[in-house]
Design a protein around this ligand. Structure first.
Ligand SMILES: C[S@@+](CC[C@H](N)C(=O)[O-])C[C@H]1O[C@@H](n2cnc3c(N)ncnc32)[C@H](O)[C@@H]1O
Length: 192
């Protein structure tokens, strides 16, 4: 089922109210998913990882717009279950969700990456899904450093789309190809 033509409100109505309520700040808008996936690639040779897939909105929309394999990893189990339920409902065979911590995943399985500010919750109270979480700038920095190294280890030609944030997770070995949405949406490629 192609989901690119529906509105954010219509898509979000598939979620329970508590998940709908945070859509504006936590889940990627459909217009942004369309731009991101057009850059990352839509053919079945590509696998794309959404780092911190939340309620699955990026993966579900992106997967419906082409044949690329779109995989999300998310640490919150109930959000993974919700994502999987919608994946079945929409009949998306090229989408998959993994429950776990990004730190346990082998990045070499994926060609390209989407990153929507997943670690911001450790430094910004307004950005917390998990209200029990404590502010932890040191942990935030360690995650940024860790993912920066993973991106740096990726082969030449790896593409990343970042949405929001200051992009400190992007190593110097990447070039900014273009940006959109007043600089909030950025398109990167690994040079060497
Ligand atoms: C801003 S939301 C983005 C959701 C999704 N990518 C989208 O665009 O619709 C970031 C998500 O990253 C998840 N997250 C944060 N740290 C994580 C980690 N270490 N491993 C897996 N998921 C993580 C959070 O639980 C949250 O659901």
């Amino acid at each position: 089922m192609e989901l690119g033509h529906i509105s954010d409100e219509e898509f979000d109505s598939h979620y329970p109210l508590r998940v709908q309520k945070v859509s504006g700040t936590q889940w990627t808008p459909i217009s942004v998913v369309k731009k991101a996936i057009a850059y990352l690639g839509v053919d079945d040779e590509q696998s794309i990882l959404d780092i911190g897939s939340g309620a699955g909105k990026f993966c579900l929309i992106a997967g419906s717009l082409g044949n690329s394999k779109v995989i999300g990893i998310e640490k919150n189990k109930s959000l993974v279950k919700l994502s999987q339920k919608l994946m079945d409902e929409f009949g998306l065979k090229n989408v998959n969700f993994i429950h776990g911590d990004i730190k346990d995943l082998d990045f070499s399985q994926f060609d390209h990456f989407y990153f929507f500010n997943a670690f911001e919750e450790h430094v910004n109270l307004d950005d917390q899904l998990d209200k029990e979480l404590m502010m932890d700038p040191e942990y935030y920095q360690s995650m940024i450093d860790w993912i920066n190294q993973k991106f740096d280890d990726a082969p030449k030609g790896t593409k990343i789309v970042t949405y929001c944030g200051d992009c400190r997770e992007i190593p110097d070995s990447y070039s900014l190809v273009k940006s959109s949405n007043r600089g909030k949406l950025r398109f990167w490629v690994k040079r060497d």
